[in-house]
Every structure is written in structure tokens, then in C-alpha cells.
Write a protein that binds this ligand. Structure first.
Ligand code: CA
Length: 243
């Protein structure tokens, strides 16, 4: 099943081979079990400025930059983009609500998966729409020894966030690798769209409340509905595929 997915992927792109040397990890919803906090924080912040915004919308918008999420909600309800002042205000509110929710937990089996990936000499990148200033420090304290600021793409590195392919294309450029030398691990529909549009083999893990079909429909080459645990348990079979 994995082999046939890889086959159709390389055929579709007319790539000469499939030889993964790096894994591009999304962060929220993959490394951290943080999406429920982000979703609640968005709902509260939008509610403060009288914009209706549901948990489901938060999950469907996951991966966008904060600015883009705010513009999307403004377009839907007010027919215009938010001003910079409005964006700053709402993003500050959202960040404050998020921080009040306490320490985000690591995703179960994320540490085990990173350990395995590192032991297989695959380079680890993080590609996130997040704009937290302390992101690399947080990653280092949660998962010591896996991450490096040179192998990180955040909201500060891109002009267009997910679902645009720019974040994953930036990571590819930083890696110096070819698109057939990378696998992506994503949990959100827009993140999957971004990675697929960048021409990369994309594994979706469903770690939230969405129907897994949404991830398939976004173009994911493999979908694991059992979260990172199921991916971890199947990792060696996936990583053994070299074409
Ligand atoms: Ca995510």
C-alpha cells in the first residue's frame, strides 16, 4: 500500500527516484498536542471583537499565518480585510488566551518518532506557520537535540503562508535537496495542500477532530487516522521504500 502510493507520486511528478534524506515536520498538531488550545484561543479572541468563529473553522484554517486567518474571518463576515491595527489587536488577544491555557503537551509518540528518524540519519526540519518568537527555544526544551535554527521555517521566513507552497519550498531550498529526497508530516488540510503543491511526498496524521477524508481530499499521499502513534508503528515500512 505504501509502495503503490510512492509509485504513483513519482510517476505523477516524473521524478527519477525516491530517496528520502530529510523529513519536514509541521509543528502544531504534529509535534505538540496544541491545536485544541489554538482553536479555543481563536474562538475567544474573535468573540471579543464580535466575529463568529467556530472550533471547526479554527481546525480548517490551521496552518495559515495568524494574519491570514484574521483576514479570512473579516472577509467572510465584514467583506473586507482587517487593518494592520486590527490584526495586531486580535493576534495579541489570541496569543494571550493561548498562553493562559498553560503548557502545551508534546504529541504522544512525537519524541519516539524523532528519535527513530534521527537514528536513521534523516535530517529533521520544522516547517510551521507559527510566529512565536521563542519557538526554537521551546522546541529545544521540549525535544532536546533534534532541532536547529538553520533547519526551521516559520511565519517570519515567508511572505505567503500555508496553503501556499512557499513554506515547504523554502525548507527545500534550505535543505539543498531535491523534492524526491524529502517526506513531509502534516496534520492539517491546508498544511497538506502546501506540501503537495511544493511537489513533496506528504504523510498526513489525523490528530484532531476532522474527518480523515478531508486530509485525503487535500492531496495527502498517505493518511494515518491513528495519530503519530500509528505513523511511528509503521515508520520502518515507509522509510524502507527507496525507488
Ligand atoms: Ca499543524
Amino acid at each position: 500500500m505504501y509502495l503503490s502510493s510512492v509509485h504513483s507520486f513519482i510517476q505523477h511528478h516524473n521524478y527519477p527516484s525516491f530517496q528520502p534524506k530529510a523529513i519536514f515536520f509541521d509543528m502544531d498538531g504534529v509535534l505538540y498536542d496544541s491545536m485544541k488550545f489554538h482553536a479555543s484561543a481563536w474562538v475567544s479572541a474573535m468573540s471579543d471583537i464580535k466575529i463568529p468563529f467556530t472550533q471547526h473553522e479554527a481546525y480548517m484554517n490551521e496552518g495559515r499565518t495568524g494574519q491570514s486567518t484574521i483576514d479570512g474571518a473579516f472577509q467572510l463576515h465584514l467583506g473586507r480585510n482587517a487593518s494592520d491595527e486590527e490584526k495586531n489587536k486580535i493576534y495579541k488577544l489570541k496569543t494571550r488566551y493561548f498562553e493562559q491555557m498553560g503548557q502545551t503537551q508534546k504529541m504522544p509518540f512525537a519524541h519516539e518518532l524523532l528519535t527513530k528518524v534521527q537514528s536513521q540519519h534523516l535530517t529533521i526540519f520544522v516547517v510551521t506557520g507559527s510566529g512565536q518568537i521563542t519557538l526554537i527555544d521551546n522546541l529545544e526544551s521540549s525535544f532536546p537535540g533534534f532541532f536547529h535554527k538553520e533547519r526551521l521555517v516559520t511565519a517570519f521566513d515567508v511572505t505567503q503562508g500555508k496553503p501556499h507552497p512557499e513554506p515547504y519550498l523554502q525548507a527545500l531550498k534550505k535543505s539543498g535537496l531535491q523534492p524526491w529526497e524529502v517526506m513531509v508530516i502534516e496534520n492539517a488540510p491546508l498544511g497538506v495542500e502546501s506540501a503537495v503543491a511544493a511537489g513533496l511526498f506528504t504523510i498526513a496524521v489525523n490528530t484532531g477532530p476532522l474527518d480523515p477524508q478531508v486530509l485525503k481530499d487535500s492531496g495527502a499521499h498517505l493518511v494515518f487516522n491513528g495519530g503519530i502513534k500509528e505513523l511511528y508503528e509503521n515508520w520502518d515500512s515507509i522509510n524502507s521504500i527507496k525507488l
